[in-house]
Write a protein that binds this ligand. Structure first.
Ligand code: EPU
Length: 417
């Protein structure tokens, strides 16, 4: 089994630039199926989930391939709506193919999507929205099949909660539906704005950018576009957390700090020194001075503290002075990494959505297992602040979202193999 080995307590120095965001690039690859012209997505990192997306696109008959650091797609004559089980099960983002395949192929069969086991992750909002636009929905066992007899039609639809994935699904569907769609209670994450920017560059008519009410004038033909997805704000927060755990000084470049402003604000509260520019953040911490804990965080939809950064914040708070608590409103099993933290000597209690951290723990290296993508990254971060050597098993989870996290942190001066 592959492992990552981390020798802790090496301060980090230098500058680092996050790659394009996984959570933008993956849905945009699916959205490219809607386009009647060629698309080029710039600087898409070599993540396991990107490889899975390329395989999925090819499996349904699309022409999608790597062009150096970019991904190029061309419209295909005919698409097939069957998503193979092994590809659907390999990532959550297979759900993004529901709307484009329904629109382009006339039907889609999606076996249960995979992804991190953060608790039940239903797709009822995606399905309810598509059904309201005229899709026939059939559930059989662990697969869902959607069909349309004629074109989808525009609707006035209220999402029961601001799901990022469902907002993207319904934006894509609304672009090919006849007439006007109004989506109320839409998610407002920056990646939604990125999808709107991409679809509009292809010729879509979408208004309401940045708000929870999005209006789409559907049925306009979509061409192609060249688009650089947003920088990865969760990767940026991961580098910031690594600095907080290990100490030193780093600069995170080519990424607007407002994209991970809530995380930077949290780090400032713990005593990390932070300086911001328009597209960079400089962070410094003297490793000899303990961080301040006593922090209460609540992860929720944008613009609140991001759920993906909750385990990273926990990793920083383990050694900080004072009791802290993190609550995650979105996912009931966000803190599966708590077992690894405990193995490293941290005093933590995970109770459902809540993680309690006693603080002030002197962490020591241990053999730990990455339970999921962000939990795995959080264990790597904790190990950077621990005495001795940590062995991190199952790093495949981390490769789903970071092309080479160990290599990137090593280039900042950490001893990671
Ligand atoms: N939900 C429903 N019904 C639905 C859809 C969602 O009940 O039909 C619930 C979910 O179960 C969850 C909440 O709504 O409790 C929020 O889920 P959301 O749909 O917003 O999340 P997602 O689209 O599945 C994306 C990211 C996640 C990120 C969340 C929240 C991708 C591929 N994934 O997931 O990223 O945590 O938004 O910001 O874009 C990750 O990168 O590791 C990751 C898990």
């Amino acid at each position: 089994m592959q492992t990552i080995t981390i020798h802790g307590r090496q301060p980090l120095h230098g500058s680092i630039r996050p790659a394009a965001a996984k959570n933008s690039a993956l849905p945009l690859l699916a959205a490219s199926l809607l386009c009647g012209g060629p698309c080029r997505l710039r600087g898409v990192p070599a993540l396991a989930d990107v490889d899975t997306s390329l395989a999925l696109l090819q499996a349904v008959g699309a022409d999608a391939q790597r062009c150096g650091a970019d991904i190029c797609t061309r419209p295909a004559d005919a698409l097939c709506g069957e998503i193979p089980d092994y590809l659907a099960g390999a990532m959550r983002s297979s759900v993004f193919y529901l709307a484009p395949l329904l629109c382009r192929a006339g039907y889609v069969r999606l076996p249960l999507p995979g992804g991190c086991r953060l608790g039940p992750r239903p797709v009822d909002i995606h399905l309810a929205g598509l059904a309201s636009m005229g899709a026939e929905v059939e559930l059989e066992g662990i697969a869902v099949t959607l069909r349309r007899k004629g074109p989808l039609h525009g609707v006035d639809f209220t999402l029961r909660l601001p799901s990022v994935g469902a907002t993207m699904t319904l934006l894509m569907a609304a672009c090919c539906a006849q007439g006007r769609t109004v989506l109320r209670g839409a998610a407002r994450e920056p990646e939604i704005g990125d999808m709107i920017a991409f679809l509009c560059a292809c010729g879509a008519d979408i208004s309401g950018y940045g708000t929870s009410i999005l209006t789409v004038q559907g049925g306009r033909p979509l061409g192609g576009a060249v688009h650089a997805p947003l920088p990865d704000r969760i990767a940026a927060a991961t580098y910031a957390a690594a600095l907080a755990a290990a100490g030193g000084d780093i600069r995170i470049t080519s990424c607007d700090p407002a994209l991970y402003g809530a995380f930077l604000q949290f780090l400032a509260q713990t005593g990390v020194q932070i300086e911001n520019g328009p597209d960079w953040a400089g962070l410094a911490r003297n490793p000899a001075v303990p961080l301040r804990g006593g922090v209460q965080l609540c992860a929720d939809a944008w613009p609140a503290f991001a759920t993906d950064t909750a385990p990273l914040a926990a990793a920083v708070l383990l050694a900080a002075e004072g009791k802290s608590e993190i609550f995650d409103r979105l996912f009931p099993n966000r803190f599966a990494c708590a077992a690894g933290f405990a193995a490293m000597g941290a005093e933590v209690t995970a109770k459902g959505r809540r993680l309690m951290i006693a603080g002030g723990s002197r962490l020591r290296g241990a053999a730990v297992t990455a339970p999921d993508l962000r939990g795995g990254a959080a264990l790597l971060v904790a190990a950077l602040g621990a005495d001795g050597t940590t062995t991190l098993r199952d790093p495949g989870h981390i490769r789903r979202g970071y092309a080479d996290l160990p290599g990137e942190i090593r280039r900042l001066g950490a001893e990671i193999g």
